[in-house]
Design a protein around this ligand. Sequence first.
Ligand SMILES: NC(=O)c1ccc[n+]([C@@H]2O[C@H](COP(=O)([O-])OP(=O)(O)OC[C@H]3O[C@@H](n4cnc5c(N)ncnc54)[C@H](OP(=O)(O)O)[C@@H]3O)[C@@H](O)[C@H]2O)c1
Length: 234
Amino acid sequence: MQIKGSVALVTGANRGLGKAFVQALLAAGAAKVYAAARDPATIEAQPNVIPIRLDVTRPEDIAAAVAKAPDLTLLINNAGVSGMEGQQRGISLETLRHEFEINAVAPLATSQAFAPILAANGGGAIVNMHSVLSWINLPDTVTYSASKAAAWSLTNGLRLHLAAQGTLVVGVHVAFVDTDMTRRIEGVPKASPHDVVQRVLEGVINDQPEVLADDTSHQLKQNLSNGVYLRPIS
Ligand SMILES: NC(=O)c1ccc[n+]([C@@H]2O[C@H](COP(=O)([O-])OP(=O)(O)OC[C@H]3O[C@@H](n4cnc5c(N)ncnc54)[C@H](OP(=O)(O)O)[C@@H]3O)[C@@H](O)[C@H]2O)c1
């Protein structure tokens, strides 16, 4: 699918990877970007960017976004949360429910809501942000990893479900990226948001169902058949 001339919506577009997606889409020639955020006042004003209020856990916000974006061709489910620091104190069911709601349920809810529009506009594409933690778990990421594993599985099902209407469904795996989400994690390499979103958009242009956006995601995927998820990762 071409980015040039596309009409995209990015969730969590106010910072981190979402903000980088907005910039990369404009640079690649997107005709319009709906920049969705819980607080649209946090979206930087610029030409061809339309701020939209969207808390991805609120069905009424999703319905309003659908009504505002009948021309959509590319949905980027980027919004996500991580309660990683909390896991050091123990595994929290409250955190698990919160992460599942935003990281797994919400991308499916927005995809379902926008699917008829994408179909009407020629098929289009959906991008879902997963993680290398969709494949492995760590002592401090137990619930986040589970939510991203669920998101990965839902993406794989959605891809099959929407194939008949010609919608490309892209799952993205990546390790640490330099955003607020990893601010407190020190001493590890972090990919730049710019590089990650470039790889994702290249994947969309090449109709790839899966994007591995850094070296770590390539290495971990290769090691899945060796049971890498059964061993502690140092
Ligand atoms: N950073 C990494 O290392 C990394 C690695 C792999 C995958 N990812 C995934 O990539 C995506 C983007 O991550 P990031 O690093 O850019 O995270 P981030 O810097 O923490 O930003 C998270 C974004 O999600 C939004 N958000 C949170 N809850 C929301 C809700 N209920 N409704 C709408 N928006 C909501 C935030 O909006 P507010 O400003 O309103 O809070 C913010 O825009 C996430 O899905 C994350 O899991 C990140």
